[in-house]
Design a protein around this ligand. Structure first.
Ligand SMILES: NC(=O)c1ccc[n+]([C@@H]2O[C@H](COP(=O)([O-])OP(=O)(O)OC[C@H]3O[C@@H](n4cnc5c(N)ncnc54)[C@H](OP(=O)(O)O)[C@@H]3O)[C@@H](O)[C@H]2O)c1
Length: 263
């Protein structure tokens, strides 16, 4: 098992990516601490983890609340003695940020994703690193999207938010890697089995007249294998990057767009 004995904390663990990563980390032997804004959905994923023979515990933690993140991490340290992996998979509902042309977008709606994504990643990374530094080891991870690197209409502040997270990944690594802490992001293409991608489609349906199937085909046609990545494939990549096998990688965001976006 690639993560045997590792202690992982996941933010946004009730979401599509957070849940898939939690399950995959536990399958590979990690003790997984799952967190999210609402305890019920997080506990449901934790139950899946335990039912599958893994170790998982759910907690209500708002990943924008510094005190809540800090208190939870302290409870993890009390319980497990350390934290090895911090994975921020928080996602703001697309309905709140997409669909309005930049010309008509108000400042609040533009700034929401930039503030929320960058701040949550900063907080969870900084607080985890303060514990990891004592052991001179750890991995900090997050998820972005190809909007960080290419122009896409009707996405408001989402592209700048993803670019900010990728910049923060580099800067965190520049400061933390000398202390043994790796910082790596994952940049997948859209995974159509997630609510996020269905919601991202809605404004495009209105603007382009494409059906859901046609839109998926269009996204897939831009990849080299002519298909979109699945959640289990993304989770397997997350396992590898979080493992000691990826000890040579830090300060970067892994391009998982399967050819949709050139490096
Ligand atoms: N899905 C994809 O195909 C895809 C592709 C590329 C990039 N991404 C990016 O990856 C991230 C996760 O995507 P996803 O599809 O897994 O989204 P998701 O299913 O909507 O999950 C996001 C989770 O984050 C939680 N959350 C939001 N704000 C939070 C906060 N302040 N504290 C704690 N938890 C919070 C949400 O809880 P609530 O339900 O309570 O709001 C939800 O459980 C997003 O940034 C997304 O843009 C996704």
């Amino acid at each position: 098992m690639m993560l045997n004995g590792k202690v992982a904390v996941i933010y946004g663990a009730a979401g599509a990516i957070g849940g898939a990563v939690a399950r995959a980390f536990a399958r590979e032997g990690a003790m997984v601490y799952l967190t999210g804004r609402k305890k019920g959905p997080v506990d449901a994923v934790a139950k899946d983890v335990v039912d599958a023979g893994g170790t998982g515990e759910g907690a209500e933690v708002d990943a924008l609340d510094e005190q809540a993140v800090d208190a939870h991490l302290r409870s993890v340290i009390d319980d497990a003695g350390r934290v090895d992996i911090s994975f921020n998979a928080v996602g703001i509902p697309n309905g709140r940020i997409l669909g309005v042309p930049l010309l008509e977008l108000d400042v609040e709606r533009f700034a929401l994703p930039i503030m929320a994504y960058a701040t949550s990643y900063f907080l969870t990374a900084r607080l985890a690193a303060r514990h990891m530094i004592a052991k001179k080891s750890g991995v900090i991870m997050t998820v972005t999207a190809l909007h960080s690197r290419t122009g896409i209409p009707l996405v408001g502040g989402y592209g700048p938010a993803m670019a900010a997270k990728e910049a923060l990944t580099r800067d965190l690594s520049a400061e933390l890697a000398p202390a043994g802490i790796r910082v790596v992001g994952l940049r997948p293409q859209g995974m159509p089995e997630t609510r996020t991608i269905k919601e991202a489609f809605e404004p495009r349906a209105k603007a382009s007249g494409l059906t859901w199937d046609q839109w998926q085909d269009l996204l897939a046609s831009r990849t080299h294998p002519r298909r979109l990545m699945s959640l289990p494939e993304l989770a397997d990549m997350a396992v590898f990057i979080a493992s000691d096998r990826a000890s040579g990688m830090t300060g970067t965001t892994v391009n998982l767009t399967m050819g949709s976006l050139d490096d």
